[in-house]
Design a protein around this ligand. Structure first.
Ligand code: PMP
Length: 361
């Protein structure tokens, strides 16, 4: 599509073009209903098919067994920062948290606001969150251990998931869900806002294991209880139908066009490798994250000056590449290369960065 740019936004972010085209094509008459998908009832057979297929695909893609429930919740990943401790920690319980950046910090704060007992067992704040902590002493009887699997702002990612000594991992996977296969035996709960790897903003995927679901107390507000969503197939109230529909199509693309998580990871490694290899051989660009902690999704880098960084962002846009400005809290540059970003986009970015270095280095 001649008028579309390569989109390196951090979220909301690029979606697969065939998904956008399918939405466009069926927008006025969804599944022969004579109505738009945004006009049909969430109690209709049409929408039942959408949500059930989305759930089935999540289960198949991640190879979830019967212990896991797939929920669609509103309020974004930020709502999960509060729902997780609210649902999982009762009186006398405590949980571990690892602080690897802005989003972990916010998750910790939401648990503390509620007066929950939590231990921050490791943090990489001492070096501006440029790395993932290692050899962490987790608390043996913690109800869960919370981590942020990919740190969208700082450009770091857990390459391996930690051995917690028994506590199930609760992970914020907003920016790397479905980017690689997972060993689900380690996880008790995963949540992910849709707007990076999965769909539009407005829905958050929550995957929760039976034993954690059973902890949901009855005396918290109905809409904040995981059991409400689990008991009603995420339709206690009107769900974000359009967002869930788009998620369904992205998952279909992931399965049928890409070929599943193994293939997806291969492609993601190739894309990130291309960009990091180029940055590493350059004296002009400098990657900000430690090598062993680098994110395959958000490649953060600096140039010799802030002026050059601003110039690169502007020149890239002129060349059909958008969204390369780093998060406002850290500055610098960031190329977000989530699942839908094609290899051609990264190749094009590297070519552009080479030229920019030649002209400005
Ligand atoms: N966690 C991570 C890792 C994120 O990247 C973001 C959004 N950038 C959030 C949480 C917050 O998500 P939301 O805006 O859906 O609340």
């Amino acid at each position: 599509k001649a008028d579309r740019i390569y989109n390196f936004n951090a979220g909301p972010a690029a979606l697969p073009l065939p998904v956008l085209e399918e939405i466009q094509e069926s927008f006025l008459n969804f599944a022969g209903s004579g109505m738009s998908v945004t006009e049909i009832s969430h109690r209709s057979k049409w929408f039942d098919d959408v949500i059930n297929d989305a759930v089935t695909r999540v289960k198949r893609i991640l190879q979830l067994d019967d212990r896991f429930h797939v929920l669609f919740v509103q309020g974004g990943a930020s709502m999960q920062f509060c729902m997780v401790p609210m649902n999982l920690l009762g009186a006398g319980d405590s949980a571990d948290y690892v602080n690897t950046g802005t989003w972990s910090t916010k998750a910790i704060k939401e648990a503390e606001i509620q007066g929950k007992s939590i231990h921050v067992v490791a943090s990489s704040e001492d070096r501006n969150f440029a790395y993932i902590p290692k050899e962490i002493a987790f608390t043996p009887d913690a109800v869960y251990a919370h981590i942020t699997s990919n740190n969208t702002i700082k450009g770091t990612q857990w390459a391996q998931f930690p051995d917690t000594g028994g506590a199930p991992i609760v992970s914020d996977m907003s920016s790397d869900i479905f980017s690689r296969p997972l060993d689900m035996d380690k996880f008790g709960l995963i949540y992910a806002g849709a707007q990076k790897n999965m769909g539009p903003a407005g829905v958050c995927l929550v995957i929760i294991r039976d034993d954690l679901l059973a902890r949901t107390p009855g005396d918290i507000p109905t809409m904040l209880r995981y059991s409400t969503y689990a008991n009603k197939n995420s339709m206690f109230n009107t769900p974000p139908c359009f967002a869930i529909y788009t998620v369904q199509l992205v998952l279909k693309w992931l399965e049928e066009t890409i070929g599943g998580l193994g293939k997806m990871e291969e492609l993601n490694r190739k894309k990130a490798g291309l960009l990091y290899d180029f940055i590493d051989q350059s004296d002009f660009y400098r990657a900000t994250a430690d090598k062993d902690s680098r994110s395959l999704m958000n490649v953060t880098f600096r140039l010799p000056s802030e002026e050059l960084e601003a110039a690169l962002v502007a020149a890239a846009l002129k060349n059909g590449m958008g969204g390369l400005k780093g998060h406002r809290s850290v500055g610098g540059c960031r190329a977000s290369i989530y699942n839908p970003t094609p290899l051609a986009a990264v190749e094009s970015l590297v070519d552009f960065m080479k030229t920019f270095e030649r002209d400005n280095g």
